[in-house]
Design a protein around this ligand. Structure first.
Ligand SMILES: Cc1cc2nc3c(=O)[nH]c(=O)nc-3n(C[C@H](O)[C@H](O)[C@H](O)COP(=O)(O)O)c2cc1C
Length: 487
């Protein structure tokens, strides 16, 4: 078990993420989501609180499953409107030193050459603080917006995702050798062509000759986040993910998920202990227990049940407006997000949930547990999950913005620091380590140290998660283990 726990702020570049209705809470600043200053302030606060990363969810369509119409989604800001989170990263990186950025991108609606280039650029611009949360998307409306008549079925989406990552890995890991970049002004040679290789990928979905358009960035491959919850999704996570989002709401569900994904990772030849598991949590904290309870009740009173049903209808690809709210939720296999369904069926076999109960529960952070209490009580709960259940960290979900984040940073983080569970931001990576020479992320960059380029000096996001000196993917990862031609 790592000595400290990891924290992501799980958010979205939209008015609402996972607490429908809370934007209307008095004092909530969510409607400022389109302003640069909103996000630079989030970044500063998250870094002050020792967060490892800001983790952005993202969708490319509207939640129009509920009532077979987009009216509720638009009227109530159900993840609509939503800006592109990737474009916020440089501004947020500029005002921080150690904070990482995990950006959700779908392998279903972009091209791997394009995406590999974007993330190499972001990794350069952030000095190695970037991660990608690899999703395959679930909204039919996104499929239509991006040129398809029908959303691909889940198997096809994951087939495409497998090949998509193979192409990206080849571009990131195999194309440019570490010492390909020479920057020799006398001879006029910037890079050695013999050390820049084509990838010659030809597959079912993509044909990409390469070479990669970008020289090696600090981490080469961004840290891979994933949240697959179906059988195929777990397999995909086990093969590829370094940080895994276990979205089950119960301890038993989380334990089963971790056990299963670890065992699958071992089957893929990976050391399962190198995977970092995160669960979502919704902390509601007050100076006293009564204050925390009062805050919870006030937040709960603002939950918009209809907006929550619209969100869940998208997650499940099932029109919940047609179902009697007092009917028990029956398990189905969905082509959308299986984890949302499992949360109220498979993960809790002893409890019957009605549609209404699910909507009320999900109004505060969807499927993640709420933790209501004093700073000590919230810290106790997080410590329990970390020390007893074995999760490595938490995706902290907001209800009211920015109060959910500032309450956590100002009240809970000092308690966690006191217990040695969260490090001071200035000693990120657990060693006080700045980027040392001797890490293997490319000779091109060390040539630049001492100039004004690339000289931030903090650790990379991968090192924050896995330890100093681990800026690059481990050798047991398929991207490193197998030559591109054999993947
Ligand atoms: C916790 C969690 C968060 C997710 N976040 C996103 C997201 O932000 N954007 C997106 O398009 N898909 C997201 N997904 C969808 C999945 O990545 C995947 O595309 C979909 O759930 C189908 O696969 P699954 O059933 O294996 O999870 C998320 C899924 C889970 C479980």
């Amino acid at each position: 078990m790592p000595d400290r726990l990891h924290l992501n702020l799980f958010t979205m570049a939209s008015v609402e993420h996972v607490s429908p209705g809370s934007w209307a809470y008095p004092g909530d600043r969510s409607p400022g989501y389109a302003d640069r200053e909103y996000w630079t302030e989030v970044a500063r606060t998250a870094e002050r609180g020792g967060f490892d990363a800001v983790f952005f969810a993202d969708v490319r369509g509207v939640y129009d499953v509920y009532g077979d119409d987009r009216e509720v989604a638009v009227e109530k800001a159900v993840q609509t409107p939503a800006n592109d989170p990737q474009l916020l990263v440089p501004a947020m990186a500029e005002v921080t030193e150690d904070l990482g950025f995990a950006v959700t991108r779908s392998t279903t609606y972009t091209h791997p050459y394009q995406l590999a280039r974007e993330f190499s650029t972001l990794d350069h611009l952030t000095d190695g603080r970037i991660a990608i949360n690899v999703v395959t998307s679930y909204l039919q409306s996104a499929a239509e917006n991006l040129g398809l008549d029908e959303r691909m079925d889940k198997e096809t989406r994951y087939d495409r995702a497998d090949e998509f990552l193979d192409v990206c890995y080849a571009l990131w890991e195999d194309s440019w050798e570490d010492d390909a970049v020479e920057i020799d002004r006398e001879s006029g040679r910037y890079a050695n062509p013999a050390k820049v290789h084509a990838i010659d990928h030809v597959g079912d979905h993509f044909s990409v000759p390469g070479p990669h358009g970008c020289e090696p960035s600090p981490q080469r491959t961004p840290v891979i986040y994933q949240a697959g919850s179906s059988d195929r999704g777990r397999e995909f996570a086990a093969a590829n993910a370094e940080a895994v989002f276990a979205s089950q709401p119960t301890e038993a569900g989380v334990r089963e998920y971790m056990r299963d994904v670890k065992s699958r990772a071992a089957d893929h030849g990976r050391d399962p202990e190198r995977l970092r598991f995160f669960i979502g949590v919704v902390p509601i904290v007050g100076e006293t227990e009564a204050a925390a309870e009062a805050k919870h009740d006030a937040y709960a009173a603002h939950v918009d049940v209809e907006a929550t049903l619209a969100l869940l209808s998208g997650f499940l690809d099932m029109d919940l407006s047609e179902i009697d709210p007092d009917r028990k939720v029956e398990h189905i296999e969905t082509d959308a997000i299986q984890g949302t369904m499992n949360a109220f069926t498979r993960s809790q076999p002893d409890r019957d949930w009605t549609v209404r109960e699910v909507a009320e529960f999900c109004g505060l952070g969807t499927t993640s547990p709420t933790i209501v209490g004093t700073p000590e009580q919230v810290a106790d709960e997080l410590a329990y999950w970390h020390e007893e259940v074995g999760v490595h960290g938490f995706n902290v979900k907001e209800i009211v913005r920015p109060d959910s984040l500032t309450d956590f940073v100002d009240l809970v983080v000092p308690e966690l620091r006191e217990r040695g569970l969260v490090s001071d931001p200035k000693s990120a990576g657990g060693s006080g380590g700045r980027r040392a020479s001797g890490t293997n992320w490319g000779s091109g960059r060390s040539r630049r140290s001492g100039t004004s380029c690339g000289n931030r000096g903090g650790s990379t996001l991968r090192e924050r998660l896995l330890g100093t000196g681990r800026a690059r993917l481990h050798d047991d990862h398929p991207a490193r283990r197998e030559p591109a031609s054999e993947r």
